[in-house]
Design a protein around this ligand. Structure first.
Ligand SMILES: [Cu+2]
Length: 229
């Protein structure tokens, strides 16, 4: 049997790394404004970390290959340039970008945004729509396409965590407390959400569907849901 070259086996490597990049729970394929901001921040942080890694590896190799030259650099210069100047150049842009992203996804009370009340419990989700006669949907969340909504998230029993990977970040659902998260889906369609905090034996089945539909259709769909109950 002919032994294949190493490059043949290495050609499969990207497949291993990229197979998990798509699918309903992927954060690499954002479809909402908040998820897009978080994803961009992740890539910028990744690029920053990667650049630092390359510089550190370069320095490491330099010290290993040319130890005599490296020894000529005074230790105080390593501290000044490596410990103060270098982080002083790299960290501020990352911090500024993080603050801008946080500001963009934070639910500012001054903006008038419709509310949906989310209640987590072992092991499911209740969604109530105050703008539509407090209609209740179980394990199905209806969101208007292209419009921001404030989700008021709480829990009936233990701590859970609300997450729609393609649309936004995670938010803890804590008994006796209401956490607000703004979410905005740009494209109509069906998405998947889940509990991302281990909450008991049936934690893994604590999932829900998200139907993003035209804003003018929401009321009719909710009334339909209510009559089906
Ligand atoms: Cu849970």
């Amino acid at each position: 049997m002919q032994i294949k070259s190493l490059s043949f086996y290495f050609s499969f490597l990207p497949i291993i790394f990229l197979t998990a990049c798509d699918g309903p729970f992927s954060t690499f394929m954002p479809e909402g404004t908040m998820a897009q901001s978080i994803s961009s921040l992740w890539w910028i942080m990744f690029a920053g970390a990667f650049i630092i890694f390359l510089i550190m590896m370069g320095l490491f190799l330099w010290v290993m290959i040319y130890p005599k030259t490296a020894r000529k650099i005074k230790s105080k210069h390593w501290i000044i340039y490596g410990g103060l100047v270098f982080p002083g150049i790299i960290l501020p842009p990352l911090v500024i970008f993080t603050l801008i992203t946080g500001e963009r996804i934070i639910p500012l009370p001054s903006q008038n945004v419709p509310e949906i009340h989310v209640e987590a419990y072992q092991w499911g989700w209740n969604f109530r729509y105050p703008d539509h006669g407090e209609i209740l949907t179980k394990d199905v969340l209806y969101l208007p396409e292209g419009e921001a909504v404030d989700l008021h998230i709480t829990s009936r029993d233990v701590i859970h965590s609300f997450w729609i990977p393609k649309l936004g970040g995670k938010m803890d659902a804590i008994p006796g407390k209401v956490n607000v998260m703004r979410i905005r889906a740009e494209e109509a369609g069906t998405y998947k959400g889940l509990c991302s905090e281990f909450c008991g034996v049936s934690h893994t089945i604590m999932r829900f569907d998200v139907n993003v539909i035209a804003p003018e259709e929401i009321n009719q769909r909710l009334l339909q849901e209510a009559s089906d109950e």
